[in-house]
Design a protein around this ligand. Structure first.
Ligand code: NAD
Length: 327
């Protein structure tokens, strides 16, 4: 994105209006491919406790040379926001002209974080789930879960959603989405979810396993999306060890992703984890049998944020809808 015509400002409402699920899936798939081929890379993540307002604050940054996208997502978590009628997670994307370093766009990052995270698991389902998958299992029923369900549902001809959440009172959120998109819905136990689901998404803030290896049937694809910090965990490390493991970025998977626990215990080694971009690029076959369990460790990388923000900025510019400010 060039900055010749001044700074583009694309707010949250405009992002919602302009960036749909398919555009997010296309952008995320393309940048995962570029990351695996070395044409795009993420920079080290900064995340700090501010010691003020209980807030966590940080930066995720990267450069996609193939897509010509340079920028940073800045933001974090302010737990007191809900009381002020604001989202606890707050972020903004800054895009820069890769030729000059000038700021080219400011893009609201809250909605885009949810769609880019949902796009990530959706890309994994598109490439790794069995074609005949019929039952989608959801573990988690928070803010992200509805986005996850909508994007996943578009990847296979699912007939039914089975769901479990540690706080069952949150499950109506998923029941409502399932009904809206014409899928049956059933609230089930964790074991029953494993027994029925062909594809499972985990999207919780858990710090201990919620799904055990023995509960998962052969041929399942799992997208583990909640674990994005050291110490978090959603599934049994034995399940990670039993699965063929894919990720957005190996460096994050082994340190802050779901694979961290299996790596720490020595059950899995780093070279057993494949970037999903290698499958996208045709350099790895992905799933090789109907019985194989595949697991995508979606840790969330800055380049996903930049990819969808760049789509928002381009579409807003083309439609003449964004505000412009002089630099
Ligand atoms: P949310 O606060 O809206 O929902 C939290 C979910 O986790 C709910 O299902 C809740 O029941 C469950 N939960 C809360 N505390 C728990 C605990 N102690 N043990 C087990 N489950 C618990 O959050 P959200 O916005 O839906 O985000 C869900 C998770 O996804 C968070 O952990 C967040 O950090 C993570 N996330 C990951 C990415 C990524 O790119 N991988 C992106 C955004 C968010």
């Amino acid at each position: 994105m060039t900055s010749q015509d001044g700074l583009l400002i694309v707010g949250e409402d405009l992002c919602k209006q302009l960036v749909g699920r398919q555009q997010a899936v296309d952008a995320v798939q393309s940048v995962f491919g570029a990351m695996a081929s070395g044409g795009a890379w993420n920079f080290p993540v900064v995340r700090e406790a501010l010691g003020y307002a209980d807030a966590l604050y940080g930066f995720k940054s990267g450069f996609d040379r193939e897509g010509q996208v340079l920028g940073v997502k800045s933001g974090g978590y302010w737990p007191g926001n809900a009381e002020k009628n604001l989202t606890n997670h707050q972020s903004t994307v800054f895009l820069f002209d890769p030729d000059t370093g000038q700021l080219s766009a400011l893009v609201g990052g809250n909605y885009l974080t949810a769609v880019r995270t949902a796009a990530s698991s959706a890309v994994s389902i598109a490439h790794l789930a069995r074609q005949d998958s019929k039952v989608l299992g959801m573990v988690g029923a928070g803010h992200q879960s509805a986005f996850q369900l909508r994007a996943a549902a578009e990847q296979r001809a699912f007939e039914k959603v089975v769901a479990w959440n540690p706080h069952p009172d949150m499950l109506p959120r998923l029941a409502t989405v399932a009904e809206e998109i014409g899928l049956q819905f059933e609230a089930v136990s964790q074991q029953e979810l494993g027994a029925q689901a062909d594809v499972i998404i985990t999207i919780t803030s858990a710090f201990e396993p919620l799904l055990m290896n023995d509960w998962i049937k052969p041929g399942t694809h799992l997208a583990c999306m909640g674990t994005d910090t050291k110490g978090k965990q959603e599934v049994d490390p034995a399940l990670v060890a039993a699965a063929t493991v894919f990720t957005d970025e190996v460096a994050q998977s082994v340190t802050i992703g779901e694979a961290q626990h299996a790596i720490n215990s020595g059950a899995v080694s780093q070279d057993q984890i494949t970037p999903i971009g290698a499958v996208i690029n045709g350099d790895h076959p992905g799933r090789t049998s109907e019985d194989e369990i595949t697991l995508f460790d979606g840790t969330g990388v800055g380049l996903q944020d930049l990819a969808v923000a760049s789509v928002a900025a381009r579409l807003a510019d083309e439609a003449g809808l964004a505000q412009r400010a002089a630099l």
